[in-house]
Structures are given as structure tokens and as C-alpha cells.
Write a protein that binds this ligand. Structure first.
Ligand SMILES: Nc1c(N[C@@H]2O[C@H](COP(=O)(O)O)[C@@H](O)[C@H]2O)[nH]c(=O)[nH]c1=O
Length: 156
């Protein structure tokens, strides 16, 4: 059965990038994956001064609003690197937090879908036929963690 998730307070809310599970990555601590992801949009761009403001945002919603401001210049390679950046952050999140790692592993081989009504790149969009890259990222991270754990069992 397909598992749909979206808002933090809904079922499987820990799969949302807005969930309160911080990550240490690139030498800094980020309160949510969303903070990190939104900040990466501006690395090396003319508007890189926004990065510390996104880092300090009180909520992931605020970080997303800052990162989505249409007037700032995104890094030129953003569309090429964004899925890899997201994967690294989501992998770090589930390697760091054992409680939600168990939730992810317990989904077995179910299909995971970010049920966003507005985003047909990371989610499935309003008509459910979007690309669902966040769901695909979570399934790929689930597979990687399962493989890492099986190696640990063999070599322990
Ligand atoms: N979960 C969730 C959202 N979805 C998240 O938004 C991010 C995409 O942002 P952008 O690339 O700027 O369009 C990505 O992390 C996606 O999972 N958006 C929201 O406004 N609220 C939410 O609760």
C-alpha cells in the first residue's frame, strides 16, 4: 500500500523535510533538512548573504519563505545539484535519528509519496502524477541504510 505523507503533524510526518530533526553537515548544524536545502540554493550566488538568515530562521516555514523569494539569484547549477543535495541531507537525517530511522525501515518496500498539492517535483502535485522526488529519495535512502545495516551485521 502506498504511504502518503506531507505535513509534520500528519501520519509519517517525520518524512517531511520540515520535521524537527536536525543535521550536522558541511561543518554546521541545521535545525531541519528544509533549512539546509533552502540555504544551498544560494551557495556561490550573488545573494549568498541570505544563507546565514536562512540558517537562523526560527522555523522551516520561515526558511522556505526566505529561500523561495523570487527576487534573489539562485546558484547557476541548482537544477543539476538539488536532488543530490537533498539526498545527502535526508540520508544524514535518518542516519542521525534512530527513532525515525526505525519508522522508515518499517515501511519495508512500500512506495512513499510526498502528498504535496502544490509541488509536482518533490511531491506528487494536485493530480497525483508528479515526479515525487522526495518520496524517491526516501526510498533510496531506506535501501542504502538497509544495506549499511546488513554489512554491519556481517562484520560485527
Ligand atoms: N513539506 C512541505 C513542503 N514541501 C517541501 O518544500 C521543499 C521544496 O521547496 P522549493 O524547492 O523551494 O519549492 C521540499 O523540501 C519539499 O519537500 N512545502 C511546504 O510549503 N510545506 C510543507 O509542509
Amino acid at each position: 500500500m502506498t504511504i502518503y505523507f506531507y505535513k509534520v503533524w500528519q501520519p509519517y510526518g517525520c518524512f517531511s523535510n520540515f520535521s524537527p530533526h536536525g543535521i550536522h553537515i558541511d561543518g554546521a548544524y541545521w535545525p531541519t533538512v528544509e533549512h539546509y536545502y533552502q540555504a544551498q540554493k544560494f551557495v556561490g550566488s550573488r545573494d549568498a548573504a541570505i544563507i546565514p538568515l536562512i540558517h537562523a530562521a526560527a522555523t522551516p516555514e520561515e526558511a522556505a519563505t526566505l529561500g523561495r523569494s523570487g527576487t534573489r539569484q539562485l546558484r547557476r547549477d541548482w537544477d543539476l545539484v538539488k536532488t543530490q543535495i537533498m539526498r545527502e541531507a535526508v540520508l544524514k537525517k535518518f542516519l542521525t535519528h534512530t527513532d525515525i530511522r526505525e519508522v522508515l525501515l518499517k515501511t519495508g518496500d512500500e512506495i512513499l509519496v510526498e502528498n504535496s498539492p502544490t509541488d509536482s517535483f518533490w511531491g506528487c502535485g494536485a493530480n497525483k502524477s508528479g515526479q515525487n522526488h522526495l518520496g524517491k529519495t526516501l526510498m533510496s535512502v531506506r535501501e542504502e541504510i538497509r544495506n549499511l545495516l546488513s554489512l554491519t551485521v556481517i562484520y560485527e
